[in-house]
Every structure is written in structure tokens, then in C-alpha cells.
Design a protein. Structure first.
Length: 589
């Protein structure tokens, strides 16, 4: 698998990174595509096929196993186009501002290929030509990874109303489409363990090592802490499935859905991975090798080890380097800042303008997700305007076409979505009958249709109109984006990550670790204010545990030398004041 760059672009929503491989993979940059919305994938394949003059054959909704077929077709399309892009790039002339120069110029200083490129630029004659051919051979694209949110796994039904077999559920069908595709990349499982999904992976040989010990389609787990990594890793290892990478994501300092921990902070979590890296590797290897032997499948290479990466709120080259060096990481993920890079992600012009005009207070953790999980949102998005407008017109809720998040059976036998008009009208009637409180209804009316809102920007950015003319966009940036101002080129953002240049960030932006700490203190306060616990003693115990974990995290940061190695005395003093202030704030909770 490619690891040209030390960062990747994580999945963002359904549509913001759906076509990112077509934009960045040829430069060796890996990105993650959500494969949960098969209708969106089909629309994007149709749109790009027309633009690139490639034959397109539609996969109809009514076609058997349409979901898996659409996932497979779109991923095959992405890989085919990226392969052609790389093939074309390798034939380009050096020194004429072509993409072949961009490929090597994007690399960090000190990278072997960047050094070879620099040497080529200063060479002459036959030596120059020889070095150019050597460079051409080294060009490989970034990975086209896919994301399956494990909790989005609705059971589907046939026309006669009968439930289809388990392998036709949303998540399992998506996995099947990925496994049967030609794509070079791994599958990222996010949002926790899904035993049925993990068990289904054993049906596909590409998840197991071949005769050379190579796993064609690696499994990547997005995790919040070490315990989760170990539990999920062992579950998969017992089936002979190796976890090639653990992607640690901040519980709150990230985009999209926010899965808060019980006050465990990123620094201590990363420290636990660093301290237990060898034990984690050895335990999983032993279990996995035994399972492979029993299945009569080739063994893992003796040198194999899982990669450990981190994503969530990183904003400067100094923070990036600190994370890589302090915790011996294999890479980092940069998500929300790339929403401001049209060359890398798909954000329609109107939404990009709204992002650029947004104040810090416009970025907030909402209750918009029908999953019941806190969701990072933008107050000024067109999706929020539409949601509020529907309430004002006494038409709350959304028409539910895709039904990806339909999971509620409170009123119906078949699950429906809590953001749907059907469900919200039923809740209003329940309120009118005195069945629920006004605050409970208010929380329900905050639910928004993420299926349409998170997919629309990709269609709009391509110059097309989404199905059924549903143009409202929901965007899910992490809190970190509030400190980035302006739209940037791909080169500017990559150079910023590697410290070749520095983007002009808000001077009030706190350190990545301290921003997360701020968010956790705010989260704890909100939990206490909103709590009406049935079991007061249990809730008090939870709060004390949460406070204790945050307090220990603060003590850890106060002792962490890599945070306090700033040469700028003014910035160092400010950082110390922030830590002391947050410690005092926690004590007052």
C-alpha cells in the first residue's frame, strides 16, 4: 500500500470526499470515500463519465443487489481513472510546470524522492535523463480507502415486504461491493464494533494474506482509545483478520459525529498506544496466526505490525511534527482544513462562502443526527435554514427517500428516521396529547436529513442538481476549522502541513490538545446542566470519573516536554496560562 505522504485526508460526510481520489490520488495522497450512499455514488459515476467521455451504464434501483453493484462500479471507476492519470503523468516532461513536477514538489523536505528530484534539477545531460527515468518509476498513487460507518446498517426489504437476508443490509452490502472491486485501498470501520459486519468479512479472500503475505484490502479501525482497539482487534484476529492500521480520532475535536470518551484526552490515549504498542502487536499476531493456521490460509509476515495514526484538530506543522515524534506515529489525518481546498474536496461555492464568513460561534456540536450521536454542525448552513424554514411553515421534518438512517420503531413496524416528516409529525401529536415535554419535542425537531444534506455538495460542486432538487447542504466541520480563514490551493495546504509555509490562522487558536480539553470541559458542563438522572448516585459517579480523567489529563500535559518546547517565550507563556485557566475551570465544575 502507498505511504508516499505522512498524512491522509479522512472521510468527511457522504459527499465532501466522495471524489477526492480523482483530485489528489495521482499526487500520492491517500483519501477516504464514504460508500454508505449508493445513490450518490451512482450519480457521481454518471456525472464524471459524461465529463471524461467514458461509457456509462446505469445500475437501476430495482436491479438485484444494486447497492453492492453500485459501490463496486464506482470504486472500479475511481481506480481506473486514477490509473490513467498516473500513466499520463509519467509521460510528462519535467521542468515545464506539469503535474509530474507537482508530484515531487508536494513532498516534505528531506523525503528521499524530494531529494532525488532536487538532485535531478541540478544535473545535466545523460545523468539528468537517468534520474528522470528513476523518478518516473517511483510514482505511485495514493490509496483509495473507503469508510463504512458500522452503525449505519439498516435491514432492507423485498417488494413483498419480506426482510432480505442479512448480507443485504446496508453495511454488509457496501462491504461486499468494496471487496469485489479492483480498488487499491483499505476499508475503514468507524463508530464502533458491528459483529455481523466483521464476521461477514471472512467471506472475502482479499482481507486475508496471500502466498506472499500481502493483504490486498487492509482493514483499518477508527478508534477512540486503546481498550476499544484491543477489543475490536482481538475480535477480528480470532477470525484470521488482521488490523493493518488503528486510526485514533479525538472524541470531540473532530468533524462529523462526535463520540466523546469519559474524559480521556488525546495525549494520554496516544501515550497508552505508545507504551503498549509492542504488546498490542504481539497479542494480535499470535491470535491471528493461530486462526489463519486453522483455516489453512498463508501466515502473516513475521515483521508485520499495525500502523498507528492520529486525526482530530491538528492545525500547524509544529503540532503535526510533535504528534509524529512524541508518540512515534506512522501518520496523521487532516480533515476539516481540506474543506477549504477545492482542489481536494467537493464543497459547493455557496457553502464555501458560508464557511468563510462564519464566526467561531457558528461552529457547534448539535443534536441534528438521527443516530442520536452529537454532530458537528454549522449554524449558518443552507441545511439549517431549510430545517428551520420547514418548522416555521408547520411542515417540520424531511421527506425520507434514501432511508439510510431509518432505525426508529416507536410508531411503526418498519424502522423510520427521526428526521423524517412522518416521525416528527407523530411526535407533535404525542406532545399535543401531553405525552412528551416541550424540550423533548424541541430536541426531536432539531434532527436533520443528513442523507440528502451531506451528499448534495458533491453534486452541486460538479455543476449538477441533486435528485428531487434537494439543494440544501449540511456541513460537518470540526471546531478546528473556525481558526482557518480563506480558501487555499492544494500546494498551500500541503506546504502548511509540512512546514514549508504557514497559513495565516486566527491568533486565538489554542494548541490541539488544549482545544480538545476546552471542548471536554464544555461537554461535561452541558451534561450536568441537561441531566435529569433516574439514578443520581450513578450519575454522580460518572461525573466524578469524568472529572478525574480530565484532571489526570491536565497533569499529563503539564509534564509533557514536547508541548513546552516552544522557542517563542510569549507563546509559551500564553500556553501555560491557558492550561492553568482550564485547570481552574475544571475545578469549578
Amino acid at each position: 500500500m502507498s505511504m508516499i505522504h505522512s498524512f491522509h485526508i479522512p472521510v468527511m460526510g457522504l459527499g465532501f470526499t466522495v471524489d477526492s481520489p480523482l483530485k489528489v490520488a495521482r499526487f500520492g495522497i491517500s483519501s477516504v470515500v464514504s460508500i454508505m450512499d449508493d445513490q450518490l455514488l451512482e450519480d457521481m459515476r454518471r456525472i464524471y463519465s459524461r465529463k471524461l467521455v467514458i461509457p456509462y451504464f446505469q445500475i437501476e434501483d430495482k436491479e438485484p443487489d444494486a447497492r453492492a453493484k453500485r459501490v463496486k462500479a464506482y470504486l472500479n471507476f475511481l481506480q481506473s481513472v486514477v490509473n490513467e492519470q498516473v500513466k499520463k503523468m509519467k509521460k510528462e516532461a519535467f521542468g515545464e510546470g506539469n503535474e509530474i513536477d507537482t508530484y515531487f514538489e508536494l513532498l516534505p523536505e528531506g523525503h528521499p524522492l524530494n531529494c532525488l528530484y532536487s538532485r535531478m534539477q541540478h544535473a545535466f545531460g545523460s545523468e539528468k535523463l537517468t534520474l528522470q527515468e528513476e523518478l518516473r518509476k517511483e510514482i505511485v498513487p495514493g490509496n483509495i480507502d473507503v469508510n463504512i460507518m458500522t452503525k449505519v446498517d439498516k435491514i432492507n426489504y423485498a417488494k413483498d415486504g419480506q426482510a432480505l437476508p442479512r448480507e443485504y443490509s446496508d453495511a454488509l452490502a457496501a462491504l461486499r461491493g468494496f471487496a469485489q472491486s479492483d480498488v487499491n485501498g483499505g476499508v475503514v470501520f468507524s463508530a464502533g464494533m458491528n459483529p455481523a459486519l466483521y464476521s461477514y468479512a471472512v467471506e472475502f479472500s482479499d482481507f486475508f494474506p496471500d502466498q506472499d503475505g500481502i493483504i490486498k484490502k487492509p482493514i483499518i479501525l477508527k478508534v477512540s482509545d486503546y481498550r476499544s482497539a484491543l477489543i475490536q482487534g482481538k475480535f477480528l484476529a480470532k477470525k484470521g483478520l488482521w488490523v493493518s492500521e488503528f486510526r485514533i480520532e479525538s472524541g470531540l475535536n473532530c468533524g462529523g459525529h462526535a463520540f466523546a470518551t469519559d474524559g480521556f484526552l488525546a495525549g494520554p490515549i496516544l501515550e497508552s498506544f505508545k507504551q503498549n504498542k509492542a504488546d498490542l502487536r504481539n497479542e494480535l499476531v499470535e491470535i491471528c496466526q493461530q486462526a489463519l493456521q486453522q483455516k489453512n490460509i498463508p501466515q502473516l509476515p513475521k515483521s508485520i505490525r499495525p500502523k498507528i495514526t492520529y486525526q482530530g484538530g491538528i492545525g500547524t506543522a509544529e503540532e503535526n511534527q510533535m504528534l509524529l515524534q512524541t508518540y512515534d506515529l506512522d501518520g496523521t489525518g487532516w480533515g476539516s482544513p481540506f474543506l477549504l481546498v477545492p482542489e481536494a474536496t467537493s464543497v459547493d461555492k455557496e457553502t464555501l462562502d458560508r464557511l468563510l464568513k462564519a464566526k467561531k460561534s457558528d461552529f457547534y456540536l448539535s443534536r441534528a443526527s438521527p443516530l442520536g450521536v452529537p454532530f458537528n454542525n454549522l449554524r449558518t448552513s443552507s441545511g439549517e435554514e431549510q430545517r428551520k424554514g420547514r418548522i416555521d411553515k408547520d411542515r417540520p421534518g424531511s421527506p425520507c427517500y434514501k432511508k439510510l438512517l431509518a432505525s426508529n420503531t416507536e410508531f411503526t413496524e418498519k424502522p423510520i428516521c427521526t428526521a423524517s416528516r412522518q416521525y416528527q409529525l407523530l411526535k407533535i401529536k404525542q406532545r399535543e396529547a401531553g405525552g412528551i415535554s416541550a424540550s423533548a419535542l424541541e430536541e426531536i425537531l432539531e434532527k436533520d436529513c443528513l442523507c440528502e444534506g451531506l451528499g448534495a455538495p458533491a453534486i452541486l460542486a460538479s455543476g449538477e442538481t441533486p435528485r428531487r432538487n434537494l439543494k440544501a447542504v449540511t456541513i460537518c466541520p470540526g471546531p478546528n476549522l473556525a481558526y482557518f480563514k480563506g480558501a487555499f490551493s492544494l500546494k498551500e495546504m500541503v506546504d502548511h502541513i509540512y512546514g514549508k509555509m504557514q497559513l495565516n490562522l486566527d491568533s486565538e487558536r489554542p494548541h490541539v490538545f488544549l482545544k480538545e480539553l476546552q471542548l471536554y470541559i464544555q461537554h461535561l458542563k452541558a451534561e450536568i446542566e441537561a441531566a435529569v438522572p433516574e439514578n443520581a448516585r450513578k450519575f454522580e459517579s460518572y461525573v466524578e470519573k469524568f472529572r478525574k480523567n480530565l484532571s489526570e489529563g491536565i497533569s499529563y500535559y503539564q509534564e509533557l516536554k514536547s508541548i513546552w518546547s516552544l522557542e517563542n517565550e510569549k507563546m509559551l507563556e500564553k500556553l501555560k496560562e491557558q492550561v492553568s485557566g482550564l485547570k481552574w475551570e475544571l475545578e469549578q465544575v
